[in-house]
Design a protein around this ligand. Structure first.
Ligand code: PFF
Length: 465
């Protein structure tokens, strides 16, 4: 058995603290903003099935691998990989896995903060009652005017980055644990309230437009697969989203794993986190698509889907101002806990290698991300005419990170754990010894996950699909 290490940055107080923090990282804009819109853009049911398969066969096994690397290394991802590569007698180049994750983290956080800023703006708008009685066009126009106003976007982006930096500066335990404890359950309950609303109240609006059961239309859009609507790009997006939504492939879960107490079961913990994350995404879809169909909107509204549909429902439901503002507030909190995890790998690394204080490291990271975020927010308006690979900067940052960098990170994690570490080291860290479950997972992480990721990336990069 390897000697047991302690992380320099502290530890979670126990299994549930880790589950909450990792779920806080996983559940965020990816579930409530991105999942419904990419489902809408990629035709619904067939996409959802591919996404669920990716979560089960790739996401969960890779998450176990990423957590076990973190806990074994007990350092920031770059140093964990350097250390484990040395311990296993492998090339020091494996530290590039941690380095790539840092680049991905900056890029994701830069656009994430802009979208989270929009959520904050929507919290105040909903609370002020501007959505009361609005039509779909009215809500769309309000969203459009916000996107077209770089100064307001900048103000919200700045507020969100300051919020994130403050918690990261305070340190994971004192900052984060407290935050997620109440937040996750509250968000969950509110989503169920929204689905309940979508099941009942939207009925009347739908009937008026000849859609007799909007909830069933929403359900069938999400779960009735039509594989002819699935393109090669959809498969890559589903795979990329499995990584994005579970916060995998860039070191966020690795660094959280490095604070995990030694006696916690990684397998059980991972399954709990992945289940909660998936349920939240599906609930978000079930709340949003009935509203889309009841109001005669198109499901493929990309970026704006959540911001154009939910306010419509809040504007018509009893207590809409209350439920609506609460919803956007909780979504902003969920984005906050994810953003914190996005900066943690690089902050931990700066503290370890550059001997910076946490406050200083968090400020440096916050500033760099803030500047990058300005490029994202300007690409929504002033720079919208400038495209790189045919996309505005914000879409490019999202596409490259979620669909290329994170799956690539996941592929390398699977290869390292499946092929480069000794089987005994892996079994020792997972502490499930040589059971059937372990053997099954080991086959998946050695063969199935890396081969599946490699095939999708290869086909996409070489434009076969
Ligand atoms: N999982 C987060 C979400 O679904 O919103 C986003 C995210 C957080 C991605 C942390 C990657 C990450 F490392």
């Amino acid at each position: 058995m390897a000697e047991r290490r302690e992380s320099l940055h502290g530890q979670w107080s126990g299994r549930w603290a880790f589950i909450l923090a990792a779920t806080g990282s996983a559940v965020g804009l990816g579930n409530i903003w991105k999942f419904p819109y990419i489902t809408g853009d990629n035709g619904g049911g067939a996409f959802v099935i591919v996404y669920l398969v990716c979560i089960a066969l790739i996401g969960i096994p890779v998450m176990m691998a990423e957590i076990l690397l973190g806990r074994r290394g007990r350092r920031s991802p770059i140093n964990t990989m350097t250390h484990l590569a040395e311990e296993e007698g492998r090339s020091p180049a494996w530290k590039l896995l941690g380095g790539g994750g840092i680049v991905a983290g900056f890029l994701i956080l830069s656009f994430y903060s802009v979208v989270a800023g929009i959520v904050l703006a929507f919290f105040f708008r909903t609370a002020s009652g501007v959505f009361e009685g609005q039509t779909a066009d009215g809500v769309g126009a309000l969203f459009g005017s916000l996107l077209g106003d770089p100064e307001r976007l900048l103000a919200w982006h700045t507020i969100f980055m300051v919020m994130t930096t403050v918690v990261v500066a305070r340190g994971v335990r004192s900052g984060l644990e407290q935050l997620v404890r109440y937040l996750m359950p509250a968000l969950f309950i509110l989503l169920i309230v929204m689905v309940g609303y979508a099941m009942n109240a939207e009925y009347a609006a739908g009937v008026a437009r000849g859609v007799d059961t909007p909830f069933m239309s929403g359900l069938s859009f999400m779960f009735n697969p039509d594989f002819s609507k699935l393109s090669g790009d959809s498969v890559l997006i589903a795979l990329g989203h499995a990584f994005f939504t579970l916060s995998l492939g860039m070191g966020a879960i690795m660094v959280y794993g490095s604070y995990l107490p030694q006696n916690t079961s990684i397998a059980r913990t991972t399954i709990t986190i992945a289940l909660m994350d998936t349920v939240v995404a599906l609930l978000a879809g079930l709340a949003i698509f009935p509203i889309v169909f009841a109001n005669g909107l198109a499901p493929d509204q990309s970026f704006g889907l959540v911001f154009k549909t939910l306010p419509l429902a809040f504007g018509h439901m009893p207590g809409g101002i209350f439920f609506g503002s609460l919803f956007f507030l909780l979504l902003a909190f969920a984005a906050w806990t994810s953003a914190i995890s996005l900066s943690e790998p690089v902050v931990a690394w700066l503290v370890e290698n550059r001997s910076l204080s946490r406050i200083y490291a968090a400020t440096v990271v916050g500033l760099i991300t803030w500047v990058l975020g300005i490029a994202s927010l300007l690409s929504l308006n002033v720079w919208s005419g400038y495209k790189i690979f045919g996309m505005p900067f914000i879409d490019l940052a999202d596409y490259i990170t979620a669909n290329i960098l994170l799956p690539l990170g996941g592929l390398l994690i699977a290869i390292f754990v499946g092929w480069k570490m000794k089987k005994e080291s892996v079994a020792d860290e997972l502490a499930i010894k040589q059971t059937r479950a372990f053997d099954l997972w080991y086959v998946v992480i050695r063969y199935l996950s890396p081969i599946a990721i490699a095939i999708v990336l290869y086909l996409k990069i070489f434009k076969v699909i």
